[in-house]
Write a protein that binds this ligand. Structure first.
Ligand SMILES: [Zn+2]
Length: 306
């Protein structure tokens, strides 16, 4: 499931479309169960055509296009959603195709393409048209078109916490420390802090030497500072390496390349293998709140009860 580093990689890969205008928005015919469009597919597709893309941003695990007219297109990959830009190889499970005309081709062309060139390449378009494809194998992703009110209501700060790359240590502590839940489970709560999922929660806790089942209320100031630093380090490295492509292959960059952070995982899906930190224990898998959690019992010991 794409988390902050994967979604940030999608966002960065789509930056070439900023300033462009959506000239077509379409959903291909398919026998697949349709994904969710909000408010509904027809309304979204119709409203997208002709809109300018002012910015491509990210909110937690969502890519957001800021459009003219104060609207936003929110692409939520959920489990297996993925975005491509200008990929020529065939793509399965396509859920949405956007064609975007970049601005230089909208102005009266100072150097119109030679007629002979157009004739020689009848498929060529008069200006640079970029193509964004949203693919989703399991089809749990969501495409939302929102005005400002819907944005505040559905994804405002009361619903989505500060970004895991922006939050400071004391805010993280204040938001999580009073809880009695396991710290690993608390880190996944997007209302508390946005962007962390199953992979990076396990990796950050291992780096911070904190047992994933430790209740938040048991952790000291020192633990929270260490955890905050570990989250930043893990996410920053993972963004630099364009995220983690797991063996299911459902994630890759918009240019259709694999991420490289999976080679740096120290605990995630490494159960039964030696801990690369201490070299003296074996990674274990436990289930917390129905999610697999990976840790080293030697590096990440339970604390004495306070
Ligand atoms: Zn260890």
């Amino acid at each position: 499931m794409p988390e902050l580093p994967e979604v940030e990689t999608m966002r960065r890969g789509l930056l070439p479309i900023v300033g462009g205008r959506i000239i077509s928005a379409a959903v291909p015919r398919t026998s697949l169960q349709p994904i969710t469009f909000r408010p509904d597919r027809r309304t979204v597709l119709r409203a997208l055509r002709g809109r300018c893309i002012h910015e491509v941003t990210r909110l937690g695990k969502r890519v957001v296009f800021n459009l003219d007219g104060g609207r936003r297109l929110v692409l939520e990959p959920r489990m297996t959603g993925r975005l491509f830009l200008d990929v020529t190889e065939p793509i399965s499970h396509v859920r949405l195709i956007l064609e975007i005309l970049l601005p230089e081709s909208e102005a009266p062309a100072s150097h119109p393409p030679a007629a002979s060139l157009i004739a020689a390449h009848p498929a060529a378009t008069p200006g640079p048209v970029r193509r964004v494809v949203f693919r989703d194998v399991r089809g749990l992703g969501v495409v939302w078109l929102m005005d400002e009110r819907a944005w505040q209501r559905e994804l405002g700060p009361h619903k989505i916490g500060p970004d895991a790359l922006d939050i400071d240590a004391s805010t993280l502590r204040h938001r999580l420390a009073p809880r009695r839940t396991a710290v690993k489970v608390a880190l996944l709560d997007q209302k508390a802090v946005a962007g962390i999922g199953n992979i990076y929660a396990s990796e950050a806790l291992h780096r911070a030497k904190i047992h994933p089942a430790e209740p938040c209320a048991q952790l000291s100031h020192r633990h929270w500072h260490r955890l905050h630093a570990a989250i930043r380090e893990v996410l920053t490295e993972a963004v630099a390496l364009q995220g983690s492509t797991l063996t299911d292959g459902t994630y890759g960059t918009p240019g259709n390349r694999a991420g490289r952070y999976q080679d740096r995982h120290l605990v995630y899906r490494r159960e039964g293998q030696p801990c690369l930190q201490c070299g003296r224990s074996v990674i274990q898998r436990i289930v917390l709140a129905q999610r697999s959690t990976f840790f080293c019992p030697r590096c990440q010991r339970r604390l004495p009860r306070r």
